[in-house]
Design a binder for this molecule. Structure first.
Ligand SMILES: Nc1ncnc2c1ncn2[C@@H]1O[C@H](COP(=O)(O)OP(=O)(O)OP(=O)(O)O)[C@@H](O)[C@H]1O
Ligand SMILES: [Mg+2]
Length: 487
């Protein structure tokens, strides 16, 4: 007896065979003349049967080539991941500034059958010009999904979301992190506002020498932030969070930014305020040109803002003449980034955009910063990076020497608790001076012990000198008071 299920099974099989035939033809005939006709033919048959629905996701959403359709990128990533498992022919290339070889599928391998919740879906790479009205650009591509009209609801409610989510996830996982720096406004006509390099810094939270509880607290805060999209929307605030990292030089502020970027899968925009010569309006343009899911970093914020203030109050040359630099700045129409300008951007700039941005300031002198800049709400989390503890040293010993335990550890534990040494100095001592093979961990640990002993001795001498000076000051004061009393 002929049942409904059999009917669909037969149609499914025929369609599957058609798709298979199509894949084979695609494999043997390069994209072009014959391919184009076969593709049109298949499309017509499918439309004629009236039982299948098609959705096309075009590479560019508008008629202009600069409007890349994000859904296409996600779908392409999703389908490539499936195709790469099945493909017979792959492409390999190495992206700029990267040492990693990347594999990609050739176009005709993008004809894919996918299963989701028991339903079958067919994907094809097609020419977008064939689908709708002719475009200004030739050979616009589209990924076309074909499915039974009975699965319309499943596609609308779940399948497309599933494809987008998985594609986005895959892209983020594979994507290499980028470090952007702002270009001078004078060069914007020939290059973008930001230039970038792919960075492969080895730092992660695991390799960061820092108190474990503090590290976990930061990671938890970051996770909570990344999941708080609805919360920020509900309270009507921009989805952003500010971190202030402070501590002496060499305590790992910049290293922590790299660790955060890797942990969150965010790109870094390293904003050099000194190069922002167009004042607040230029700053605004630069910040609006950053992408979502990124970290905007202003290093040494105290020096940068001080610099703009200094520029304002810079003394004039002899007889009140302007210096060459000042005249040049006037001719160029340079303006300063002001503290209030910066605050406005932190507070309000991203409320209208998607968000998910971290803003990180670093400083060696937290006490010098304007309290308005670092108040909670603007800089939500203040993180102090301090001198190296024994726990921090153990992480560095593991990173640099791959050593977990050693008889010298006990000596180091005692010395490090009595000394102020930065993780950068510890790391420096743990690096072999010459690399000629063999086990150099013993030598490096001995170097560190010497460095710690020297630091301890220096601190003792300094303290002695200071107390001597204080004593002599006191004597002077006493002497002074006797003298004055005698008059
Ligand atoms: N906490 C740390 N954990 C691991 N490595 C560290 C740490 N602190 C410093 N280092 C090492 O020392 C080097 C210098 O550290 P980093 O540039 O992060 O210091 P910083 O606090 O940003 O200094 P500055 O205030 O001068 O910018 C790094 O390349 C890293 O190798
Ligand atoms: Mg730094």
């Amino acid at each position: 007896m002929w049942r409904m299920g059999d009917h669909w099974a037969a149609i499914g099989t025929s369609l599957g065979s058609l798709m298979f035939l199509y894949t084979m033809i695609e494999r043997f005939f390069p994209y072009g003349f014959l391919h184009k006709y076969i593709e049109q033919y298949v499309q017509r048959i499918l439309r004629f049967t009236n039982l299948y629905v098609q959705i096309s996701i075009e590479e560019y959403s508008g008629e202009l080539i600069d409007q890349k359709n994000q859904s296409y990128t996600y779908t392409e990533a999703y389908l490539s991941a499936i195709a790469i498992q099945r493909a017979m022919q792959l492409k390999a290339y190495t992206p700029k500034n990267s040492k990693k070889l990347v594999l990609n599928v050739v176009d005709y391998e993008m004809t894919i059958t996918d299963q989701f919740q028991g339903a079958t879906f067919w994907w094809m790479l097609t020419n977008a010009n064939e689908i709708g009205k002719p475009r200004k650009i030739d050979n616009l591509r589209a990924l076309t999904l074909t499915f039974s009209k009975w699965h319309r609801q499943l596609v609308m409610d779940m399948y497309l979301d599933h494809v987008m989510e998985k594609g986005k996830e895959l892209l983020e996982r594979n994507q290499q992190r980028k470090l952007y720096t702002n270009n001078s406004r004078d060069d914007w006509y020939k290059q973008e506002m930001w230039s970038h390099v792919v960075f492969n810094h080895p730092a992660t939270f695991d390799t960061l020498a820092m108190d474990k509880a503090k590290k976990e607290d930061i990671m938890e805060d970051l996770i909570a932030f990344s999941k708080a999209k609805e919360y920020y929307a509900k309270i009507g605030k921009a989805w952003k969070r500010g971190y202030l990292l402070y501590g002496p030089p060499g305590t790992g502020k910049s290293t922590m930014i790299v660790a955060i970027s890797k942990f969150m899968n965010y790109d870094i925009y390293d904003l050099e305020l000194k190069s922002v010569r167009g004042g607040n309006s230029e700053l605004r343009k630069l910040l609006l040109d950053t992408s979502d899911r990124s970290i905007i970093v202003i290093e040494d914020i105290d020096c940068n803002l001080a610099l703009t203030d200094k520029r304002k109050t810079k003394k004039k040359g002899k007889k009140g003449e302007k210096t060459y630099q000042q005249r040049l700045a006037e001719i160029r129409g340079d303006r300063d980034v002001t503290l209030s300008g910066l605050l406005n951007f932190i507070d309000g700039l991203w409320s209208s955009t998607g968000g998910e941005r971290l803003i990180i300031f670093t400083t060696n002198h937290v006490e010098k910063l304007d309290s308005a800049l670092i108040r909670r709400g603007r800089m939500d989390k203040h993180i102090e990076l301090g001198y190296c503890s024994f726990e921090g040293f153990k992480i560095l010993a593991k990173n640099y020497l791959n050593v977990d335990a050693h008889p010298l550890f006990e000596t180091i534990r005692c010395l490090i608790s009595e000394t102020k040494i930065t993780p950068a100095d510890v790391a420096e001592n743990l690096m072999p001076k010459t690399v000629n093979g063999g086990d150099y961990s013993e030598v490096c640990l001995e170097n560190l012990v010497s460095a710690l002993e020297k630091a301890k001795e220096d601190a003792r001498l300094k303290a002695e000198k200071q107390s001597e000076e204080e004593e002599s000051d006191e004597e002077d004061e006493e002497g002074g008071s006797i003298d004055s009393a005698s008059f």
